[in-house]
Write a new protein. Sequence first.
Length: 454
Amino acid sequence: MTLREQNNYMADTIAMSPGTTGIDTAYGDENWNNPDNVKVSNNTYATTTATNPNGSYRLKATNFGFSIPTGVTITGIKVEVESKTGVSTTTMRGQIIKGGSIIYGSYRSFNPGTIESYKNFGGFVLWTEAWTPAQINSSDFGVAVQMLIPSSTDTLYVDHIRITVRYDPIAPTVTTQAVSAIADTTATGNGNITATGGENATRRGFCYKLGTSGDPTTSDSTTYDDGDYGTGAYTKGLTGLSIKTGYRVRAYAINGVGTSYGDTVQLTTLKADFTNPTNAYSEDASFATTPGTDGKVYISLSKDGGTTWTSELEKTFDGNNGYLTFGDGDTELWGTTFTGDDVDDTSFALKIRASDEDTYQIYKTFGFAITATYILTGIEVKVKAKWITDTTSIDHIEAKIYYGTSTLPIQAGSQAYASDGRKAGEGAGSGSGVLVFYDGTNWIACDTGATVDD
């Protein structure tokens, strides 16, 4: 739907020449010679010589090639004939052709005179008919001309026939497409001028306002280009938006008649990303940064590609660039369960943020590749970062998975063999393996009752 705000205005087409000629023999007595010569003004003539008052047959000129815009109001049709005769009293009579038929009651006439010139049948008139653009654009629209003489013999010379149409143009027809390239503070509007309304647009663009209901106008925020615009799609950037905020957006275009609007579409901007997020890929004192007011960093995990997320775990960093481990490290299951299928590059994702909930970064493609049915016993996430004043700087993010080969669900009472667990008396890092059970929170060595360590 297009909404228009327009002024009173009128426009004329350029004068168009016929593409097709023919002879109608229903009235008159004399034929025409070289009727196609009326297509161009070049001093070659279509001629007819009449010897009695019945005059000539009617020369039909059609297929003028108009392309008047849909929706405009036709206010007049001016038919001009470049011609001359040998006798000043000879009459040229014209009748309009509509839908391929010569309209009987549309007679109009003039005296061509003995000096060749363009003359018309009364200027812009409607020829007793109401008109649509489609009827005039049709190849079967045109005019029929006939020579009438009062008594003596005369020859009529017709060099050219042309028609100009006058109409009241309207404001352009505009449509709005979905907004694209949506980011945190920018987006791209997409519109299309599908009809000019009879006059090209001098401005095209988009208007927008905050919210999730209502229609913006040019009194709200706008972004536009000025020029000479016919039909066609166009785009324009929307800038200075607020993050994670809803906006109402619609295309508009202006011509000399008025302003038209397309339908309104909804836009919701995205959250803000970290600055230089790839710097967190490796530990090298180059940082991904984000605003932070208190040094806290929050992490949550997803096992469905980012559709849903676990509850967040947090750590607080200070001004020293160092590692902190989230949750219970190698036994942390983030309040849910994971299988090997949940941690492949399609499914697994890590979301990290500082104090601003609307500024976060999602990391994927950790490269885990284990059997889909394996049950994870923990996902350890470590972050190396620092916080100074109002900026949190992330040096490195590391995730490590722990798993067994059982396909049974892990719950309190589940047993397993920890291949590097420590038996009683074995030192740190020298565990040779021990039978363990899961108490609902930790894996416990069966022989000592101690939490399993490596």
